[in-house]
Ligand binder design. Structure first.
Ligand code: Z5A
Length: 207
């Protein structure tokens, strides 16, 4: 037996922070032990790598460096936190995981799926989330929402075309893996978004 590994994904302004808190509440109310974490990050070393990746001042980071740093943080995260937590039968709720790499470094930056899959296989050794919720909304709507926030980081500063490619990559993954990846229409008002999440979790928590 092992805990369930659940991830949350989405583009700019999709409402991940708000939805993550809601999911956390649902799982904890069901009496299940839960660890909430994020990528890039989740460990001391991973959080340092996150700082490098998000810093807008780092304009010289190559796409290859960015990809390798994502997986470096992930290797640390999997070995230090995710695998031991799942082995202790505690559930893990993670804000972004490898689907984000296919969407941002693959779709956004144009790195091939094959290259990403090589690193995925090396670092994860077949470990994948049991369930992924993809908060999907049109890029323009997301940018409008996110625009009300403070200074954009290195990824939030990307252009609309980058965001469109990122969204399409996420939707491709969901089309290929409908059992694992559930699409939530996050262009809806917040109460409807949370209802869609409740609906999915009624089943997850019952099984
Ligand atoms: N990244 C990568 O490139 N490759 C990888 O492998 C991984 C990550 C793992 C950091 O992630 C960056 O790392 C990320 C991709 C990259 N960059 N970006 N962009 P992050 O998850 O920490 O950063 P984020 O995407 O900016 O997440 P966030 O802070 O959770 O933002 P959000 O999804 O936009 O959520 P929010 O703050 O909850 O919502 C935004 C606003 O909309 C806020 O004012 C809400 O009140 C509002 N909102 C939310 N829902 C609604 C609804 N339904 N209606 C109206 N308004 C709403």
């Amino acid at each position: 037996m092992s805990g369930k590994f659940i991830t949350l994904e989405g583009g700019e302004g999709a409402g991940k922070t708000t939805c993550l808190k809601h999911i956390e509440k649902l799982i904890r109310h069901a009496g299940i032990d839960l660890c909430v974490t994020r990528e890039p990050g989740g460990t001391r070393t991973g959080e340092k790598i996150r700082e490098i990746l998000l810093d807008r001042g780092n304009i010289d980071i190559l796409d290859e460096t960015e990809l390798i740093l994502m997986f470096a943080a992930r290797a640390q995260h999997l070995n230090e936190l995710i695998r031991p937590t799942l082995a202790a039968e505690t559930w893990v709720l993670c804000d972004r995981f490898t689907d984000a790499t296919y969407a941002y470094q693959g779709g956004g930056r144009g790195i091939s799926k094959e290259r990403i899959a090589e690193l995925e296989q090396w670092v994860q050794q077949g470990l994948k989330p049991d369930l992924t919720l993809l908060l999907d909304l049109p890029v323009e709507v997301g940018l409008q929402r996110a625009g009300q926030r403070s200074t954009p980081d290195r990824f939030e500063s990307e252009d609309v075309a980058f965001m469109q490619r990122m969204r399409s990559s996420y939707l491709d993954i969901a089309a290929r893996e409908p059992e694992r990846v559930k699409i939530i229409d996050s262009s809806q008002p917040l109460e409807n978004v949370l209802l869609q999440i409740d609906h999915i979790f009624t089943e997850v928590l019952a099984g």
